[in-house]
Design a protein. Structure first.
Length: 370
């Protein structure tokens, strides 16, 4: 898969931009604030249907505009997929796929596969569980696009239950809450099962990469701690899991009505990454943490490529500035033959070669190779 062209309108600093990248490696060079990350962010938005920087949609719209537009065309074999997304400052997004209206992230993920490496990937290892939950959800969508619908429906049901709890508290109508508990437990089981399945498949691929960085990582493993349920394995049954979630919601009802929020479900689960027998977040060395952080993205790329039988578009946003020479060399060795986008402010330190694009003042232009 490759991106053949990208058009932006009022997306961050780019009032208008047209970009036709090379089919192989593309190196975007520019100073801080030049707009190179915004180009990669727009590309990622076409595949992820959200900002890979975690920015709200309103932040993507140029300050003098009411909406941003991102358009791009991807080639996959003999077919072309054109994605167009209008991002309003307020209101709902408008998504077109090959000129036809679409609604969900699942529709995008069915057609476009993008994997990103970011400078703050280390935070997935070092911080709390939210980023690891997001990583597992993104991986599940990339492996099984329909997982996006389950995630969206779960988040909608969770919002509705929390609104009810905030408004009513201890006076909440039990029958109404029961309806949302049934819905939340069924959807939550599907989300949870997809996460566990994705992480289960990821484990051996992650271990393979970490093993290449000799002597630094003594094996890796996941422990999935479901809120209110305890550890969950890859061989679970969705129906039984839904029953267990419903029982956990029942048991937490008093607490939830007192606190006016939902304490059980995938949104509260802990995903623990182990190095050897140690929690990577609190007991691994900084070197081990960095190796695992890079490994998470490398493993995701390899796994998605095998599962989807296509080469994803790979985006590396200023990643090499955060890696030492050894880890950078391991990453370069694993770069695919497909289309790659790399950004940098210091091209003299860039360990990869490809088409050289200068980004400045919201403009991108080709200037030879690097």
């Amino acid at each position: 898969m490759r991106l053949s062209w990208l058009q932006l309108g009022n997306f961050r600093c780019h009032r208008t931009l047209e970009y036709e990248p090379a089919p192989g490696t593309n190196v975007l060079v520019g100073g801080n604030g030049a707009g190179k990350t915004s180009i990669l962010e727009a590309l990622g938005y076409l595949g992820l249907f959200r900002s890979f920087r975690g920015s709200p949609d309103a932040a993507l719209v140029n300050e003098d505009a009411e909406a941003a537009v991102v358009r791009g065309q991807f080639e996959r074999g003999e077919s072309s997929i054109r994605i167009e997304i209008e991002i309003p400052r307020n209101g709902r997004r408008r998504l077109l796929i090959n000129g036809k209206r679409a609604q969900s992230r699942a529709a995008v993920a069915e057609h476009v596969v993008v994997v990103t490496f970011l400078p703050d990937d280390l935070e997935m290892v070092k911080r709390g569980p939210a980023l690891r939950r997001e990583y597992a959800d993104d991986l599940a969508v990339q492996l099984w696009p329909a997982a996006a619908d389950d995630q969206q429906q779960y988040e909608r049901a969770l919002r509705q239950r929390n609104v009810l709890l905030r408004q009513e508290g201890r006076d909440v109508d039990g029958a109404t809450l029961e309806v949302w508990d049934q819905r939340l437990s069924q959807l939550g089981a599907r989300v949870l099962m997809r996460r566990v399945a994705a992480l289960g498949q990821l484990g051996p691929v992650l271990a393979e990469f970490c093993g290449e960085v000799a002597g630094e990582v003594d094996g890796t493993a996941w422990v999935y701690e479901a809120a209110g349920l305890g550890p969950i394995g890859v061989d679970g049954d969705a129906d039984k899991l839904a029953e267990r979630l419903k029982e956990a919601l029942d048991a937490a009802r008093h607490t939830d009505t007192e606190r006016r929020s939902t304490s059980v479900g995938p949104h509260r689960d802990e995903i623990i990454l182990m190095v050897g027998r140690r929690d990577a977040r609190t007991r691994a060395s900084q070197g081990e943490q960095r190796t695992v952080a890079v490994g998470l993205r490398v493993a995701a790329y390899d796994l998605v490529r095998r599962q989807r039988k296509t080469t994803p578009v790979l985006v590396l946003d200023d990643v090499f500035s955060e890696l030492d020479a050894e880890r950078g060399a391991h990453l370069v060795k694993r770069l695919p033959d497909g289309q790659v986008f790399v950004s940098t402010a210091r091209e003299e330190d860039m360990p990869v070669h490809g088409a050289r694009w200068i980004v400045e003042h919201g403009v991108v232009r080709r200037e030879g190779s690097i």
